[in-house]
Design a protein around this ligand. Structure first.
Ligand SMILES: [Zn+2]
Length: 568
């Protein structure tokens, strides 16, 4: 039983709006001066931390037991009764702070963000933004309703994923074609949805006095440190450096599988023809071995993970009535993270726990900061988690307390490093497609043009897999990339963070202890400094250039070959 959700010792979970409102009132009525502003900010911060932690604890309770109606009721009540009122009250405090004209030392970055959000705000856009959320729900509904009849059973498309890992090629192909056919059946439905999204988004941008939706979204995502031109430069570097490396990985896979050409259903099966990795059989084993791994990365990180174990801040095993997926929440008032995931005994589970562990260490390291410094930009938050996957990788073998024989550890590491390389070109397709869409919004209303653009980009960035006879499936790939519909432009962050993580990993070959010290120091900064400064503190460059990307690719390829020697 998990105490995290309904811990009676956390009194503020019971608060109703009448208990919260006076706290905001006190803050909004105080007149601000240079001498009292820091104290005022700290009081506001304590209140924000409590509200933020309430949100997460109430949400987590619903994820831990999806059948717990009381938890659902409590969460909905918070969403209906408290959250909107708190947001409005906070908006007033933000305006008060901005209007005061005072910038306390160290608050430059959070104030810059607040100002940008205030500038973008238009009352007339509020209903349009809600409309956008409804279209998102509509998109999710179309995708979620896609099922196929597979071997006598009606299954969702994600349920077919394990089939793509099976050695029987014909079976894989049948499953793949079945899923693709079902997806194509929704082509017109998704085209209609797309046009609605585009028209709405153009209106939102116009209302905010901006030339196009990309300009709007750039500000909304608080992208102060890079431009669309930087993204284009990143795409070019990927085309030049990563695409040939990815092609060689596909070619090696083709040879190992002994097939004439690599088809889309050949990408998930083990190329060595070996059984799937089996890292652990109980959750206790997963926790114990991961604890040993973290301890070897750094003793303080090991201590953090130990706190999570003893204070019941881990919910790892898959069971009935548990929400899907994995994430790390932050309980800012209690200064604690909470990791939620659905382990079933596969290698992905190990990778997920190492990843979420990185997020959890971020929470510990910056828990001393006021609330305004805790909304870490995604471009760096994912550096914390992705770096941890790489820094932990030397300890996966059982001679270092990990999960695997030397050979299996090598297989796991190769698989992970290859997936990193293969990700960059795909990310470039997704990002370049969206840059094109919002630069050519009129043309993009014709979905045939979107198909063409996606196809061109695919040919440029994704060679190595034979799609002949599957042209329509390939051209419509943009319809199946959820972010393009639901979180526009929110994707290049993954590619940037990955480049940051590889640089940190590279440093660890020179000096492991130094690297982890810098990593932890950077995490402890929260958002008190800019994005490039966060990268630099962690020992990496926030950059899009070809040289850095080439160094990263070389390091990954070198390690893939080295580990290949451990596989018989
Ligand atoms: Zn993450």
């Amino acid at each position: 039983m998990h105490s995290t959700s309904n811990d009676k010792s956390i009194e503020f979970l019971e608060w109703k709006w009448p208990q919260i409102e006076p706290l905001f009132k006190v803050l909004s009525q105080r007149s601000l001066s240079d001498s009292n502003i820091v104290e005022w900010l700290h009081e506001w911060s304590d209140l924000s931390k409590i509200l933020d932690e309430s949100y997460w604890r109430l949400y987590d309770a619903t994820a831990i037991d999806t059948n717990d109606h009381e938890a659902e009721e409590n969460f909905n009540q918070f969403l209906d009764q408290i959250r909107p009122r708190a947001k409005t009250a906070e908006q007033k405090l933000k305006e008060k702070l901005l209007n005061s004209g005072i910038t306390p030392d160290g608050y430059e970055v959070p104030l810059r963000d607040m100002r940008a959000q205030a500038d973008l705000f238009r009352e007339v856009n509020l209903p349009l933004l809600s409309e956008d959320k409804k279209l998102v729900v509509g998109y999710d509904k179309i995708i979620g309703a896609q099922t196929v009849l597979w071997e006598g059973e009606q299954v969702s498309l994600p349920q077919l994923l394990p089939v793509y890992q099976q050695p029987d090629r014909e079976r894989r192909e049948n499953a793949w074609r079945l899923a693709a056919k079902r997806q194509l059946a929704d082509r017109e439905l998704l085209n209609d949805q797309w046009v609605k999204f585009l028209k709405l988004r153009q209106k939102i941008a116009t209302n905010a006095d901006l030339p196009d939706y990309r300009a709007y979204r750039w500000r909304e995502l608080l992208r102060f440190d890079y431009t669309p031109e930087d993204c284009y430069q990143f795409h070019q570097a990927i085309a030049k450096v990563i695409v040939p490396a990815a092609e060689s990985i596909y070619e090696k896979r083709r040879q190992r599988l002994g097939v004439k050409t690599l088809r889309p259903w050949d990408l998930d099966v083990d190329p060595f023809g070996k059984r799937a990795l089996k890292p652990f059989s109980t959750t206790e084993e997963l926790e114990n071995k991961t604890a040993q791994i973290f301890r070897q990365v750094d003793s303080q990180l090991g201590d953090y993970f130990e706190i999570m174990r003893t204070e019941d801040l881990l919910d790892l095993e898959n069971r009935v009535n548990k929400a899907p997926g994995g994430f790390c929440s932050q309980y800012m008032s209690s200064k604690q993270p909470f990791i939620f995931m659905n382990a079933v005994g596969i290698h992905d589970d190990v990778q997920t726990l190492l990843h979420e562990g990185g997020h959890a260490f971020h929470v510990f390291e910056c828990s001393h900061l006021p609330y305004f410094f805790l909304d870490v930009p995604f471009e760096f938050a994912e550096v914390a988690s992705m770096s941890m996957e790489l820094l932990a990788s030397p300890y996966l073998a059982d001679d270092r307390g990990g999960f695997y024989s030397l050979e299996d550890a090598a297989r796991a590491r190769i698989q992970f490093l290859e997936s990193m390389l293969l990700f960059w070109p795909y990310m470039a397709v997704v990002d370049a497609f969206q840059q094109w869409v919002y630069e050519n919004q009129q043309a993009a209303l014709d979905t045939g043009n979107c198909d063409n653009r996606w196809e061109q980009l695919w040919e440029l960035f994704m060679p190595g897999v034979n799609w002949s006879g599957l042209e329509e499936e390939r051209r419509t790939g943009w319809q199946r990339k959820q972010h393009i519909f639901t979180d526009p432009f929110y994707y290049v962050e993954y590619g940037l963070a990955q480049l940051g993580a590889v640089q940190i990993w590279r440093n660890s070959f020179r000096d492991q202890a130094d690297t982890v010290r810098d990593y932890r120091q950077a995490l402890s900064l929260g958002t008190s400094v800019t994005l490039p400064q966060l990268y630099s503190a962690a020992g990496a460059k926030f950059t899009f250039d070809e040289i850095t990307l080439r160094q990263a690719a070389d390091l990954i390829m070198e390690n893939i070959s080295k580990m290949g020697l451990d596989i018989g």
